[in-house]
Each structure stands twice: as structure tokens, then as C-alpha cells.
Design a protein around this ligand. Structure first.
Ligand code: HEC
Length: 104
């Protein structure tokens, strides 16, 4: 191994060792953080100005059921079926809880 490469690797190892957060950055799984990913299409607080349906003012059960139906291909969709498949059932429950509680 050439000297410059070894020096670079040593420097990177030192940085990684000095910052444990860098080595194992936590994946955000709070309902609030996960629900923030919905606003890009459904609008701020779920109030959509366009063709995409608004999702504010729904009950926790309605939201969770819709997401699970999309996830398990029980409901036809253009994008929500793909999107919902990325969440675990527990994450869907957390999202439904957050939106029903705070998106009025
Ligand atoms: C890429 C854009 C996009 C994102 C991001 C997105 N949605 Fe959707 N959503 C849609 C579209 C479009 C529909 C209409 C169904 C379809 O065609 O997929 C929809 C439909 C829905 C419906 C059904 C609404 C109704 O009136 O029946 C719910 C509930 C829903 N989305 C929840 C969510 C939640 C919760 C998130 C975040 C985890 C989310 N969506 C993120 C685009 C999106």
C-alpha cells in the first residue's frame, strides 16, 4: 500500500473513531419524521392544492387501513402502492397516529 493512501485511510479511521454518530447514524422512525415525507405530494399538513387528494382530517384507522391496502395491493394506485411498500406495518401505524392527531 502506498504511503499517501495509508495516510488517508488512517485519517478517515481517526475521523470515524472520533465521531460515533457518523459511524452509526440513527435512522429516523418517529411518526412525525416519517409523516413529513408525505407533504411533498399531499401538501403541508396534508392539505393538497392540486389533484393529489388531501389526507388531513382522517382518523387513525382510515389512514392506516388505506396505507395497508396500498401496501398489500388491495387498492389500485399509481404511486401509493409503491410508496407504502417502503414502510413496515409499525411505521404505518406511527404515521397514521401522527397525521390523525396533528393534521387537522
Ligand atoms: C409521490 C407522491 C406521494 C407521496 C410522497 C405520498 N403520496 Fe399518498 N397519494 C399520492 C397519490 C397520487 C394518491 C392517489 C392514489 C394513487 O394514485 O396512488 C395518494 C393517495 C393517498 C391516500 C388515499 C387518499 C384518499 O382520498 O383515499 C392516502 C391515505 C395517502 N395517500 C397517504 C399518504 C401518506 C401517509 C404518505 C406519506 C407516508 C403519502 N401518502 C405520500 C401521492 C403521494
Amino acid at each position: 500500500m502506498t504511503r499517501p493512501i495509508r495516510a488517508t485511510l488512517l485519517a478517515l479511521a481517526a475521523i470515524a473513531a472520533a465521531s460515533p454518530a457518523f459511524a452509526q447514524s440513527p435512522v429516523p422512525t418517529s411518526g412525525r419524521t416519517l409523516a413529513a415525507t408525505c407533504t411533498g405530494c399531499h401538501g403541508p399538513a396534508g392539505r393538497s392544492a392540486g389533484e393529489i387528494p388531501s389526507i388531513n382530517g382522517r382518523t387513525e384507522t382510515q389512514l392506516a387501513q388505506a396505507m395497508l391496502d396500498f401496501k398489500n395491493d388491495r387498492r389500485p394506485a399509481t404511486v401509493m402502492n409503491r410508496h407504502a411498500k417502503g414502510f413496515s406495518d409499525a411505521e404505518i401505524a406511527a404515521i397514521a397516529k401522527e397525521i390523525s392527531a396533528n393534521w387537522r
